[in-house]
Design a protein. Structure first.
Length: 117
């Protein structure tokens, strides 16, 4: 019972934060590219909401998977993108994105904090 209530409160906190970020009033206040520059963190919030709705795996497993990704993954990604004549993101950009995801997930798992905004 306590665990279910705790998950409900955490999900409510995430959905409230996301609702505020995506509200028309907030979009008018924020700089023009703010939402785009924080799209990784917003995607992570949406993923966490999916977890609380039992549509995604546990955050700790996702965090471990992000940490354990090899450089081979980038090579496969780049080859696949080039096969369709799409310019892939550079390896440094993909690493920066992954580090932002890891930082966000770590702070949520350890401290239940929404960071990087």
């Amino acid at each position: 019972m306590f665990n279910r209530l705790k998950k409900y409160k955490e999900k409510k906190r995430l959905t409230g934060f996301l609702h505020v970020l995506e509200s028309p009033a907030m979009i008018k206040i924020l700089p023009e590219d703010y939402i785009d520059s924080h799209s990784i963190e917003i995607d992570m919030i949406k993923w966490l909401i999916a977890y609380y709705e039992n549509k995604a795996s546990e955050p700790i497993l996702y965090l471990e998977a992000l940490i354990n990704l090899s450089t081979e993954t980038y090579k496969n990604y780049a080859e696949e993108m080039e096969r369709f004549n799409i310019v892939p993101l550079s390896e440094t950009i993909t690493l920066k994105h992954r580090l932002r995801q890891i930082k966000f997930l770590y702070n949520w798992i350890q401290y239940k904090k929404i960071t990087s905004f």
